[in-house]
Design a protein around this ligand. Structure first.
Ligand code: CP
Ligand code: NVA
Length: 308
């Protein structure tokens, strides 16, 4: 339960140091191994995770809920529709109240300012389960997935093709933390917001195919993120030519991986041949949400532990 030391939150990727990520990644590998071996590992008996969803989810809800259960704790799901959040209860009040009843909280919401305000009033750690501006848990899972397949991502080149969205901003923060480079190609009118970028470890490309050249990892995401649905028709036109297909993958390194955080739209941002092809690691990325988030929760609640 809450003490007097400052509370550690995970609201964006840059909240952790490289050393902390390296620890969490190492723990994720150990926790994954235990899970695969059906080893009972219950360090969080009687601890409760509260999950607040203001947007839809499959992977985030399942991975947090299953993960907390597997660690011996419990998880409670709340959404906007069924809670007082949907009837205008101030987010500051929600942070106060919820954090007096549980040990850790995950929030998926709209603006990053909302989760920041929530966390400022929370007595327990808060994890960002996606905002308009960031999706740090997914990028943590993706970096872990890269590490499993190819080793360290430091010094590598990652191509980002498509929308300048929450995933890209978290990837940019990861580039700064881990020391890799991003080749970014977004359509005209959907460029990066410089106020959300605090690294120089990226290069902008007008031509998405050129951005893939020599990349060790090619990454994309939906063209219309949650909350932007009204722009869908306009975006479909603007993003024409930005599909990650076999031709673009052929420009990347011969052993390049393909990632997508899912859900995906085959024939829009990615061809079926690429997402279902041999370079795609999308199912590993999805599964690894479970393992890295268990390691993250363990770290936020218990600090560094030596168990193997
Ligand atoms: N990738 C991801 O966060 O998926 P969900 O929206 O299904 O949680
Ligand atoms: N960029 C997408 C990610 C979904 C997991 C969105 O925000 O909808």
């Amino acid at each position: 339960m809450p003490g007097t030391t400052p509370i550690k939150h995970f609201l964006q990727f840059s909240d952790f140091t490289r050393d902390e990520f390296e620890y969490v990644i190492k723990r994720a590998a150990i926790i994954k191994r235990k899970f695969k071996a059906y080893e009972v590992y219950h360090p969080l008996v009687d601890r409760t995770l509260m999950m607040v969803f203001e947007k839809s989810s499959t992977r985030t809800r399942l991975s947090f809920e299953a993960g907390m259960h597997q660690l011996g704790g419990a998880a409670i799901y709340l959404n906007t529709r069924d809670s007082q959040l949907g009837r205008g209860e101030p987010v500051e009040d929600a942070g106060q109240v919820m954090s007096r009843m549980c040990d850790i909280i995950m929030v998926r919401t709209f603006g990053q300012d909302i989760i920041e305000r929530f966390a400022a009033h929370s007595r327990v750690p808060v994890i960002n389960g996606l905002t308009n501006e960031h999706h740090p848990c997914q990028v943590l899972a993706d970096v872990f997935t890269f590490w499993e397949h190819r080793g360290s991502i430091a010094g590598k080149t990652v191509a980002w093709i498509g929308d300048a969205n929450n995933m890209l901003y978290s990837w940019l923060q990861a580039a700064e933390v881990f020391g890799f480079h991003l080749n970014v190609s977004t359509p005209k009118g959907y460029e990066l917001d410089p106020s959300l970028v605090s690294t120089s470890r990226y290069t902008l490309f007008d031509n998405p195919s050129d951005a893939c050249a020599g990349a060790h990892l090619v990454n994309t995401d939906v063209w219309t993120s949650m909350g932007y649905e009204k722009e869908n028709a306009e975006r479909l036109k603007a993003f024409d030519g930005f599909i990650v297909d076999e031709d673009k993958m052929a420009r990347a390194a011969s052993d390049a991986l393909f990632m997508h955080c899912l859900p995906a739209h085959r024939g829009e941002e990615v061809s079926a041949g690429v997402i279902d092809g041999p370079q795609s690691v999308v199912w590993d990325e999805a599964e690894n949400r479970l393992h890295v988030q268990k390691a993250l929760i363990e770290y936020l609640l218990l600090g560094r532990i030596e168990d193997n």
